[in-house]
Write a protein that binds this ligand. Structure first.
Ligand code: ATP
Ligand code: MG
Length: 283
């Protein structure tokens, strides 16, 4: 049995649980439980505060964990990371009061900065040759300047609306983060094997999320152009339509390229384009 620690309740919880479920692992979870066992995979899930996850994995209380890189690096344990998971993307940014003049990070020399990330921020400032007074606070960092506690802050930003609401202006990106899978460094051979099975499944789920299945009709004359636009995994599937001179083409397209490719497909005469989600993708 391998033990995986995930956040009990917060911004990582829902995506962590759905990733495990999409890996085909079934379990019953309830908000008041502290742990649960999967019914069809030798996995136990522990629900913890995100801050505690890196330390518990380092100590072997849990074998694996899902946590933000921001928390992992702040805990001084970046070496535990095994795999980025592609969700909970955010950045750690420096922000100053909107009316304040700001030209570069050198302007923060000698200033008071409030943050929950003194390690990451300290490393960043040192890298820029800046010395500042860091005040570590665990929450509501954005209000520190307006109550006279700090001249600037360094905090998690996703859209920037919280900063705006507190009269702050984002001036530097200090760190970019996403959720990652972490693992204890001395897993037994059996647990290492279970980790690899999990990674294989997670990769198949992530690849599927990034791709779409596409089906379309095209005149035979444009087949070469269509094939060039939709190379697929190996090559597209091409079947004749009942109507002479037409074929049906099936392939896989990356979500990032999707709209661009679709415009080009239409331009070469493709019609009846259907796009379907992919559940798992193993290549
Ligand atoms: P806990 O009670 O477990 O300590 P928390 O309040 O410290 O929770 P959350 O706010 O739930 O933490 O955020 C968890 C993680 O989600 C953060 O460490 C970060 O990696 C990521 N995160 C935070 N804010 C955002 C955001 N706005 N958008 C996307 N991801 C975010
Ligand atoms: Mg926390």
């Amino acid at each position: 049995m391998i033990r995986l620690a995930i956040q009990k309740s917060g911004r990582l919880s829902e995506d962590s649980l759905s990733l495990i479920r999409e890996c085909g692992i079934s379990f019953v979870s309830s908000s008041y439980k502290l742990k649960t066992e999967a019914t069809n995979f030798p996995l136990e899930i522990l629900y913890l505060r995100d801050d505690d996850i890196p330390g518990y994995v380092q100590d072997g209380v849990a074998d694996l964990g899902v946590v933000g890189q921001n928390v992992l690096v702040e805990a001084g344990l970046p070496e535990l990371e095994v795999e980025p998971l592609g969700f909970s993307k955010c950045r750690l940014s420096l922000a100053v009061p909107r009316g304040e003049a700001y030209a570069s990070v050198a302007d923060l020399q000698g200033k008071n900065i409030a943050t929950s990330y003194p390690q990451i921020l300290g490393t960043y400032l040192a890298g820029h040759g800046v010395q500042a007074n860091l005040h570590t606070i665990s929450g509501s960092v954005e209000i520190a300047p307006s109550i006279g506690l700090a001249d600037a802050i360094c905090d998690i930003v996703s859209s920037g609306s919280t900063l705006l609401g507190n009269g702050l202006r984002e001036v530097e990106t200090v760190f970019r983060s996403e959720a990652v899978l972490i693992a204890n460094r001395s897993l037994s051979a059996e647990k290492q094997n279970l980790l690899e099975q999990l990674q294989f499944r997670m990769q198949a789920v992530r690849r599927a999320r990034r791709n779409k299945y596409i089906v379309l009709n095209a005149p035979v004359a444009s087949l070469d152009a269509v094939k060039a636009l939709l190379p697929g995994i190996k090559s597209p599937t091409v079947t004749p339509l009942a109507e002479q001179g037409w074929v049906s083409v099936q392939s896989v397209v990356n979500e990032d390229d999707f709209w661009h490719v679709t415009d080009q497909l239409k331009a070469v005469g493709a019609e009846g384009i259907l796009v379907l989600p992919i559940e798992k993708m193993i290549s």
